[in-house]
Design a protein around this ligand. Structure first.
Ligand code: 2AM
Ligand code: CA
Ligand code: CA
Ligand code: CA
Length: 270
């Protein structure tokens, strides 16, 4: 319980840090490609969060997006998985619609999930076995839905990828409508809150999905990779999240697509 309440206070403070910091100038750099941005605020916020955790819990491990030294080689003990800004493109372009995502795993198992919608200061939080909440309101268990009546998070850019676009198109055809919010963690929070029935990502890192796993599992939803295998906080993977029914339908679209299955076997060894 102490980790949970400390984590909630910390993520709110980090949100306040970002809201203050973004009123001043910051630099924007490109990482691996022109669509992959990082700002000073991403880095400073990760430092802020990591410093607080290390001061309080010197024996915990942590992994974050922006610093190589924030990495892990095993999942032993308590591991904090930190994305200081999820949705950096939204942060830069919109100054809204981005989150801080913090997942805590113990010996590889989901323990606490915290996703803060920073500009609205709304916290989605869950403690394994104790339910999931938006601020002070408990979230109900997810209802089962069929694809024709489901709103699915899906970035249309993935449909344009040669070789792997087809199953994304299948999902878009099957569902009622698609949405793309630009923050994976925000979409996981929305799935947990019943605002999306499911969501799919071609490739995410542990800091993108760690908190989302805890939240969604706590309301009876399912989170796996595109072929239905469990995710690990040690590696990147595709992600499907949703109520059991929608999750199964999306997984079927991907598992039935030979090109997708082959592409994944060639490039990820999973
Ligand atoms: P980020 O903002 O923390 O990088 C849409 O861009 C979503 O995909 C965001 O949640 C973003 O997280 C995530 N994402 C993961 N890998 C990415 C990459 N290489 N480039 C851009 N976004 C990425
Ligand atoms: Ca990034
Ligand atoms: Ca991210
Ligand atoms: Ca990030």
């Amino acid at each position: 319980m102490e980790i949970y309440s400390f984590g909630q206070r910390l993520i709110r403070e980090a949100g306040q840090f970002i809201r203050n910091r973004m009123t001043e100038a910051y630099t924007i750099d490109k990482k691996t490609n022109p669509n992959d941005l990082v700002t000073d605020v991403d880095k400073e916020t990760e430092r802020f969060i990591a410093n607080r955790i290390q001061e309080k819990y010197s024996d915990h491990q942590l992994i974050g997006e922006e610093y190589k030294e924030h990495s892990i080689e095993n999942t032993d003990g308590v591991v904090w998985v930190i994305d200081p800004i999820d949705g950096t493109i939204n942060f830069v372009h919109q100054r809204a619609n981005f989150t801080i995502s913090i997942g805590v795993f113990i010996d590889g198992k989901p323990h606490v999930g915290l996703i803060l919608d920073v500009m609205n200061d709304v916290l989605y939080h869950a403690h394994a076995g104790h339910g999931a909440f938006i601020d002070d309101s408990r979230l109900p268990q997810l209802k089962q839905t069929v694809m024709e009546e489901s709103l699915i998070g899906l970035n249309p850019k993935w449909m344009l990828k040669s070789g792997i676009g087809e199953p994304f198109m299948d999902v878009a055809r099957q569902c009622r409508q698609t949405r793309s919010y630009g923050s994976a963690a925000l979409e996981f929070a929305y799935v947990a809150a019943g605002r999306l029935e499911g969501t799919i990502f071609f490739r995410l890192s542990p800091w993108d999905f760690a908190a989302g796993i805890v939240l969604i599992e706590e309301v009876g939803g399912v989170v796996t990779n595109a072929l239905g295998d469990p995710l690990s906080i040690l590696k990147k993977d595709s992600v499907i999240a949703g109520n059991t029914n929608v999750h199964q339908s999306i997984q079927t679209a991907f598992s039935n697509n030979e090109a997708f299955v082959k592409h994944r076997q060639d490039s990820y060894h999973i």
